[in-house]
Write a protein that binds this ligand. Sequence first.
Ligand code: ZN
Length: 320
Amino acid sequence: MTEKAAQRTAGIHHITAFVGGPQRNVDFYAGILGLRLVKKTINFDAPEVYHLYFGNEVGSPGTAITFFPWEQGRKGRVGGGQVGYTSYAVPPGTLTFWEERLAKLQVPAKRATRFGETYLQFEDYDGLLLEIVEREQGEPSKWSFGGVPADKAIKGFGGALLYTTAPEKTAHVLQHVMGMEKVAEENGLIRFHAAGDLGNVIDINAAPMGWGNGGAGTVHHIAWRAKDDEDHLLWRERVQQAGFQPTPVVDRQYFNAIYFREEGGILFEIATDPPGFTRDEPFETLGEKLMLPDWYEPHRDKIQQGLAPIEVRVLEADKQ
Ligand code: ZN
């Protein structure tokens, strides 16, 4: 086997979505889900909008969900060409804890089963589809916040359920470009495994789905992991050879990125594991200060004035 044929992504690097107000976003992902806000920065293409990153204690690849919160943004519709469900992995034996916690914090949730696993499905405040599943795999999170102790905390992504408009094409790119393995098919769904132990279980619909609309409450893109810069360039070549047109390598401060749209309509990114979120601030204070890339630093005051202040806080209902 050649080196390229052996190239397999470990799984999800991060998932990026559009949502409404930033404080609501922080209250949901930190306050309810107990994730750490590991980076508070801006949309590098639209500095009047935050870019917020939530993950485990350090926002390791495979744990980071990122948002562009925009109060005035129109609401999207979840559908084909998007990530449908974003799945979070929790330690075995903790699903009931999460069920009770979501009930206490007034987040309606229901149980669903696929491929023999039980999922707790719910929506964030903007309608983004989320689910929690127990998994043995994946390193436990060291972060605890509010009513979420570290031993029950979300480890990171379990995977995702992709909604594709062209399942055969999406299956092909997952297997033959991203290097995933098809492991099962049942009830109109196909399951793939990536090589890592977090963000590694990817499901897709087996029959084509109608297009969704981008906007608040929908995922913008899903990023897959590349080991380092060298591996990243090999990925770019591989994507290109498969007939896609990846963007040039883009510097996202905390990782390098390339983007391409797969033929089922979903925007894929491939992102490098390094350098990560401690690149520009220490572990202890991750997410506390508004971080700006060098080219925006001269405009810090103006940028800060344009952003609504946000606060990571324990929710009142969580104190009872
Ligand atoms: Zn991204």
